[in-house]
Ligand binder design. Sequence first.
Ligand code: SAM
Length: 237
Amino acid sequence: MNAKDLSLRLQKAAEFVPQDARLADIGSDHAYLPVALILQNRISYGIAGEVVEGPYKSAKKQVAKNGLENKIDVRLADGLEAVELADEVSAITICGMGGVLIRDILQRGKEKNRLSGKERLILQPNVGERQLRQWLVNEKYTITDEAIIEENNKIYEIIVADKYSEVLDYSAKELLFGPHLLIEKTPVFIEKWQHKLNKSKKILTSLHQSDQDVTEKIQEVALEIEWIKEVLADAGK
Ligand code: SAM
């Protein structure tokens, strides 16, 4: 694959990176995202942050292979410790990890004063979207945009968040489905939730058969099933 090209999942995340951004890509195995965006003339500067030695070396190699050492810094660091406020990053991408891991990276970054609040967050959790949205909302971010795509039989969500002076309220349903995705109800969104509905029904059946006290869990799953049915019915499914 040409270094300018990205997988559909990463290209979709890339579309939300503002033109000429100073981008930090955290968990930047091979630095594919910053390298492609520099080559596409979409960003002015990139940081590729990696905590694991192997992917860090791959990122260094990819940057060197494309002669971009003067445009992309590859840093071996845990999460947002790869970023200093002096770097003046205007966008952060964290892709291809669980939502809870992304949330924890953001939380530690906040505690270590690595977030100015001015940078756009572009997040692509593989699972755990609700927990990630909950953190964003607790931290008074606005969920500015979202996307849902399918690639190689897997469905991925992308969540974009910015901090504005005005703080919006989100319902529990919006945190689960995604405020924008819930309005758009694309075919991929429907497919994801039809699949999830079947899975949740099976979980509920096995919970009812459990000999432990799982009353709370039963209520939680039953409510989720009710919401999914409502959302699918709204979409005529
Ligand atoms: N972002 C790329 C993508 O979406 O294709 C790579 C995804 S890969 C599955 C996850 C990467 O995140 C791995 O290279 C892993 O080493 C890195 N990673 C996990 N936790 C991290 C952390 N706390 N700080 C920096 N990188 C981390």
